[in-house]
Design a protein around this ligand. Structure first.
Ligand code: NAP
Length: 318
C-alpha cells in the first residue's frame, strides 16, 4: 500500500475528455477519489462524470474550461472549492502537439501552444498550491513527455517539433523547481514522462504555416505505443507513493538515458532520419537512413542500459 491514502480525496483532472486524462479520472475514481473533470468538450465530461459516479459511487463535477485562459482556471478552482471544499490532487494533463520546422513556426500558434502546455499548468499550480498548503499537503502531477527530456527536430509527423518539445522542457523545469519549493509544505510535485500513447493526440495538433502536410505515425516505431490506461495507472501509483519523475516504460527511460549520454550520436541519427522523412525517399536513402537510424537508436538504448545498470549498482547497498 502506498503512503498517500487516496479514498475520499478530491482531484482535478485537466484534459479529461479523452486519452490519458479520461483514463486517469477512471483510475482515480476506482480508488474512491472524487473527481473534477475539465476540458472544453462538456458533453464528453458529463458522460464520463455520470458513468464514474454510477460505477464507483464517487462525487463528480464536469467543468468546461479553456485552459489557455486564466479566467477559466480561476473559475475552475472556485467551482471546485464551492462543490467540494478542498483540493487534494491536481493532474495537469491537458495539452496538444504541434508540427513544423523552427524556421516556419507561426508565432501565434507557438504562443497558443505555450498557453495550453505551459502557462495553463503553471497558473493552475499557482492557484492550488496555497489551498493545498492550508490543508496540510497535496499532490500536483504535470504530464510532460519523454520529449521534455530529449529534443527531436521536426520529422514531418505529429508531436515532432521544437515548439512541442520546448513546451514540455519548460513544463518539466517548472515542475522540478516547484517540487523543491513546495516540499516544505508537503506538496508532492510529480513529473510524468510518457512515450507514444494511443489517444486523440494525433487528431488535435497544430500545423505551422509552411509546415509539411502532416503524417500520422501508425505505431511508435522503436518506442512502441502504450494504451492510455497504462499511463493512468502509473500516474495514480506515483501519487500514492509521492514519486518525483516517472517514466511509463523501461524503453522510454533507456531512450532518454542514451540520448542524453550521447547527444552527438542522437543528433547524427536524427539528422539522417529527418533527411529521409522530409525529402529524399529514394530506396538507397531510405535503406541508409533505416540502417544508420536503427543502429544509432539501438546503440543509444544499449548505452542507456549500461548507464542505468551502473547507477543501480552504485545505489545498491553493499
Ligand atoms: P488527447 O487525447 O488529445 O487529450 C488532450 C486533452 O487535452 C483533451 O481532453 C482536450 O480536451 C484537452 N485540451 C486540449 N486543449 C485544451 C484547452 N485549450 N483547454 C482545455 N483542455 C484542452 O491527448 P493525450 O495523449 O491524452 O494527451 C494528454 C497529455 O499527454 C498532453 O499533455 C500530451 O502532451 C501528453 N503526452 C501525450 C503523448 C502521446 O503520445 N499521446 C505522449 C507524451 C505526452 P478538449 O479538446 O475537450 O478541450
Amino acid at each position: 500500500m502506498g503512503r498517500r491514502q487516496l479514498a475520499g480525496s478530491v482531484a482535478i483532472v485537466t484534459g479529461a475528455s479523452s486519452g490519458i486524462g479520461a483514463a486517469t479520472a477512471v483510475v482515480l475514481a476506482a480508488h474512491g477519489v472524487h473527481v473534477v473533470l475539465v476540458a472544453r468538450r462538456l458533453d464528453r465530461l458529463q458522460a464520463l462524470a455520470g458513468d464514474l459516479a454510477a460505477r464507483y459511487g464517487v462525487r463528480t463535477l464536469a467543468v468546461p474550461a479553456d485552459l489557455s485562459r486564466r479566467v477559466d482556471i480561476d473559475r475552475l478552482v472556485a467551482e471546485t472549492l464551492r462543490a467540494f471544499g478542498r483540493i487534494d490532487i491536481l493532474v495537469n494533463n491537458a495539452g496538444l502537439g504541434m508540427q513544423g520546422d523552427v524556421a516556419n513556426l507561426a508565432e501565434h500558434q507557438v504562443r497558443y501552444l505555450f498557453d495550453v502546455n505551459v502557462y495553463g499548468p503553471l497558473l493552475a499550480m499557482q492557484a492550488v498550491a496555497p489551498i493545498m498548503a492550508r490543508q496540510g499537503g497535496g499532490a500536483i502531477v504535470n504530464v510532460s513527455s519523454i520529449l521534455g527530456k530529449v529534443v527531436v527536430p521536426s520529422l514531418g509527423m505529429v508531436g515532432s517539433s521544437a515548439a512541442y518539445t520546448a513546451s514540455k522542457f519548460a513544463l518539466d523545469a517548472f515542475s522540478a523547481a516547484a517540487r523543491m519549493e513546495l516540499a516544505s509544505q508537503k506538496i508532492d510535485v510529480i513529473t510524468v514522462l510518457p512515450g507514444v500513447t494511443r489517444s486523440e493526440f494525433n487528431d488535435a495538433f497544430l500545423v505551422s504555416n509552411g509546415g509539411r502536410p502532416r503524417t500520422v505515425p501508425k505505431s511508435g516505431g522503436l518506442l512502441g505505443v502504450v494504451p492510455p490506461e497504462r499511463v493512468a495507472q502509473r500516474i495514480v501509483r506515483a501519487i500514492e507513493r509521492g514519486e518525483r519523475e516517472v517514466y511509463v516504460t523501461a524503453k522510454d527511460r533507456l531512450i532518454v538515458m542514451g540520448a542524453t549520454a550521447m547527444p552527438g550520436l542522437w543528433e547524427w541519427a536524427l539528422v539522417r532520419l529527418r533527411a529521409w522523412r522530409m525529402a529524399d525517399r529514394s530506396r538507397l536513402a531510405r535503406a541508409t537512413a533505416l540502417v544508420t537510424g536503427a543502429s544509432a537508436a539501438l546503440l543509444a538504448v544499449a548505452v542507456g542500459f549500461v548507464v542505468g545498470s551502473r547507477r543501480r549498482r552504485a545505489s545498491d547497498p553493499e
